[in-house]
Design a protein around this ligand. Structure first.
Ligand code: MIC
Ligand code: SF4
Length: 643
């Protein structure tokens, strides 16, 4: 039987397990990336494993999230990451060089390679044909040390593209359409491959927009073939030697096929507060707009920003709108500055931000009270912008540009169409903001510098076969890791300080939760379907661990968060009958029985100690993960393995 693209890459990297549905597979990882908001923790964990030098082909540490340096914390963390990267053999992309996914796509990602990153949008590199996955920081640390990365063997979905996009309809509209069709949980356990004649009409940055936001489907990753378009991009980046062709076999079998005719798509917007709440832009036409933000790892390539610059040239942003633009990388920004487009943006009234995540992660530019913000980003979870009652819509750069001029939601097809921006034949290459690590001989002399904000990692608590503890929180479906552990400019600087972060856990859902959890000695959380979707932040597991959470009981889990819970030594338990989750009796003191048998695949019983009501739970994890939980988390397990 023929193979899909992902199956070919998995086969070539398989080091453990069987490549079959229902099995867990361990993959050799060629490349890793970290960013600073998850990186500090990842390198602390790497250090705790005691491996002197990384064993990957390439590992890069990016500084792009925590760049609003109000206070010493972020700058200290940057210095820690810079010095430890130098010591252990990791390249360091300095702040200002760009957003990890954009820079990695431009300079490092390769077709056919495996990449994991401590950021859920690592699948951006799927646009170039890499098998690129988001992971918890500890998983990335293990991969840097040469360990395998484990995933449940995924189902394969083919999205067959035909036709070509109409003018002013963009790659963002393609992925918004996919989200409309599949929903934020539609991709869980799947790899999404793109194929069909329409693929050839999309550039690598457009493909990367689509694979980037595939994270919002909950997919393991998304991937495009590597073809002549990929070759042209790599050549333009001076990396022709990194090209290999990659395609699925003609008789490859997919579990699911979805067809999209690109020529029928129209500009779309994801409405508050979920990336799958998608509507046509024309249906929102009378909605007034307060803010427009352009950038993020989804839409800040050269062509995206040039398109915006062309649309804004000679015009003025509506006085009712604040327009902020964060170019994705220094390469992009320097190209705009060289060709004069930056001046066009400035003259139109844009507020130019540095090449970082910025407003996407709530690092500044929070909208006004009850403000309407149009963003070219990938997530519009409630409160993520920093303004609790803001309405954030996710749109294409074209829709963003058209709307910032009128002050209302505007379908970009209603503005005169100029010539489309062409992909450059040559990008200006300058890697002088990517510092090379010390050689193994020099490494000993490198001193790792740490700030006072770095606090010890929480320790896993051994499990008991029967556990009688209070239900400390009950939440609904699609809880994101932004709900569990919010980000934003005030909280992000404490990513290496779990005790401090604990004060904000579940702040959006229930501000009393941290105090309640701290007063109790241990407890459970009950969640709904797709619990833990969104960001890869392992803090959403480490903080609950610190607060004494021993198990999360839910209808289902998002992939990365479930792995993070296991890595932290917290039990992820699922209701055998999801209807049990909706019972009002899930409160008070709950008793878990037969936990150890549950780790071997047996049933665990949940008993409400007040009412006596019972429900059956399963712990759907691999044998390896059961050992990880028994060892008290992945760090302990890895240390035991390396003895
Ligand atoms: C995000 O987009 O939510 C982030 C911030 O990039 C996260 C990582 C983090 O929480 O640091 C992600 O996507 O994994
Ligand atoms: Fe940064 Fe936003 Fe991309 Fe996350 S989604 S990596 S915060 S730009």
């Amino acid at each position: 039987m023929g193979k899909t693209i992902a199956q070919k890459i998995i086969d070539a990297h398989l080091v453990d397990g069987k490549a079959a549905p229902g099995c867990e597979v361990g993959l050799r990882i060629d490349q890793t990336l970290t960013q600073d908001a998850t990186g500090t923790m990842a390198y602390l964990e790497y250090e705790a494993m005691g491996i002197p030098r990384v064993r990957t082909e390439l590992s890069v540490a990016y500084i792009d999230h925590n760049t609003l340096q109000s206070g010493f914390m972020n700058a200290d963390d940057h210095r820690f990451i810079r010095t430890i990267a130098k010591k252990i053999g990791v390249r360091y992309s300095r702040p200002g060089n760009g957003i990890c996914h954009q820079v990695h796509l431009e300079r490092f990602a390769k077709p056919g390679k495996t990449l994991i990153g401590s950021d859920s949008h690592t699948p951006t590199a799927g646009g170039i044909g890499a098998l690129a996955m988001g992971a918890g920081g500890l998983d990335v640390a293990v991969a840097m040390g040469g360990g395998a990365y484990y995933i449940p063997y995924p189902k394969m979905t083919l999205i067959k593209l035909t036709g070509a996009l109409q003018p002013m309809v963009s790659a963002k509209d393609v992925i918004l359409e996919v989200l409309r069709v599949m929903s934020v949980k539609g991709g869980v356990g799947k790899i999404i491959e793109y194929g069909g004649e329409g693929v050839k009409t999309l550039t690598v940055p457009q493909r990367a927009t689509i694979t980037n936001m595939g994270a919002e489907l909950g997919a393991t990753t998304s991937i495009f073939p590597s073809d002549e378009v990929t070759h042209a991009f790599l050549k333009a980046q001076g990396r022709e030697e990194d090209f290999i062709p990659l395609a699925s076999d003609p008789d490859a079998e997919y579990d699911e096929v979805i067809e999209i005719d690109l020529s029928t798509l129209e500009p779309l917007a994801a409405c508050p507060h979920s990336p799958d709440n998608v509507k046509p832009v024309r249906s929102l036409a009378m909605t007034k707009v307060d803010q427009v933000c352009i950038g993020s790892c989804t839409n800040s390539s050269y062509t995206d920003l040039m398109t915006v610059a062309k649309m804004l040239k000679g015009k003025t942003v509506s006085p009712d709108v604040s327009l902020a633009i964060a170019p994705g990388s220094r390469q992009v920004l320097s190209m705009l500055s060289e060709n004069g487009a930056l001046t066009d943006l400035l003259n139109a009234g844009a507020r130019i931000l540095e090449s970082t995540c910025g407003p996407c992660i709530g690092m500044g530019q929070s909208p006004n009270s009850a403000g309407v913000s149009l963003r070219t980003f990938n997530r519009n979870f409630e409160g993520r912008s920093g303004t609790r009652d803001a309405s954030v819509y996710l749109v294409s750069p074209e829709t963003a540009a058209a709307s910032c001029l009128t002050g209302y939601f505007t379908d970009p097809r209603t503005v005169p169409v100029g010539e489309a921006v062409a992909m450059p034949d040559h990008f200006p290459i300058n890697d002088n903001m990517v510092d090379l690590p010390a050689t193994p001989e020099e490494a000993d002399a490198v001193e790792v510098l740490r700030g006072p904000n770095i606090k010890p990692l929480p320790q896993a608590i051994p499990l008991d076969d029967t556990m009688s503890l209070p239900c400390l929180l009950k939440v609904g479906d699609n809880i994101t890791t932004d709900h569990i552990m919010p980000a934003g400019s005030k909280i992000l600087p404490y990513r290496s300080n779990i005790p401090h972060l604990a004060n904000y856990c579940f702040e959006v859902c229930d501000p009393e939760f941290p105090a309640r959890a701290m007063a109790a000695s241990g407890g459970f959380i009950v969640g709904g379907a797709n619990y833990g979707q969104g960001s890869s932040r392992e803090h959403a597991a480490l903080v609950p661990l610190y607060l004494g959470i021993r198990a999360v009981v839910a209808k289902s889990f998002a992939r990365i968060h479930k792995a993070n819970l296991v890595n932290a030594g917290i039990l992820p338990l699922e209701f055998k009958d999801p209807a049990d989750c909706d019972k009002s009796s899930l409160n008070g003191t709950l008793r878990l029985e037969n936990v150890f048998a549950g780790l071997e695949g047996g049933d665990i019983t949940l008993v409400n100690e007040t009412t006596g009501e019972r429900a059956v739970l399963r712990c759907d994890i691999s044998e390896r993960q059961a050992k990880v939980i028994r060892a008290g988390g992945l760090l302990n397990y890895t240390r035991e393995q390396n003895k």
